[in-house]
Write a protein that binds this ligand. Sequence first.
Ligand SMILES: Nc1ncnc2c1ncn2[C@@H]1O[C@H](COP(=O)(O)OP(=O)(O)O)[C@@H](O)[C@H]1O
Ligand SMILES: [Mg+2]
Length: 245
Amino acid sequence: MKPSFMPPDALENSPRPTLLGYPGGGGAPYLDEMRRMGVDGVALFGDSEINGQRVLGKGHTGVVVLVRARGMTAALKMRRTDSPRPDMDGEAVLLAAANHIGVGPRLLGHTPNLLLMEYIDGTPLREWLAARPPARSAKGAIRRILEQCYRLDRIGLDHGELTDMSRHALVGARTAIIDFESASLSRRPANVTSAAQCLYLGGLSAHTRGICPAPAPDMIIDALRAYKSRPGHGSFCSLLDMLGV
Ligand SMILES: Nc1ncnc2c1ncn2[C@@H]1O[C@H](COP(=O)(O)OP(=O)(O)O)[C@@H](O)[C@H]1O
Ligand SMILES: [Mg+2]
């Protein structure tokens, strides 16, 4: 289905409970901030639903909608009123740091309640693997994800939620790690080990192993230990080699 865009204030005038300031209400500041960032269209489009309205996604801290801004299609993450975060500043700083090394959706702007970013037209990793793509494509996506994790490890940015990465990577024309809301530049980074653990030993392992056979868990654990004690290009490449990706 093709998205159709309407002016943002149509969300306020909709007969359904508004998506602005979800779930508490009080959407006026959101509209104001949208205008400031040049958002002039919103589409009720995507695979998730809130009060009968389609959205790209809904998490614990945000509702993500497809928008048009400055002539581009983009994704807008709107802070939930019940979010534990006071504003979007922290996430914007961390996403910008990830962007610096080419990771994450490109940050296009932010205000206290909103974060405007590149729209990733992709499928959440779990669903994508569950659809049993050919082994070659699965290996390519896994490799791209682990390489992005490695770059994050190198700059000391820990994503924080990759031990369950079923919803934290979108696979499409572009494969992207998303949601830097729980990320940190002060923890010891564990992106490669968390993602590999999830893909080969944890929640996604049945899917992954069903598509691309991988070594026994013991061998993977050893390679992850080696990387953890000496994180670097050598131990990372050995890990990829061993996984066969
Ligand atoms: N840049 C994006 N492009 C497309 N969809 C996105 C994008 N960012 C988030 N989403 C969708 O919105 C959902 C919720 O976003 P997320 O950042 O995880 O919110 P939260 O911090 O509330 O968990 C994601 O699971 C994903 O499906
Ligand atoms: Mg999230």
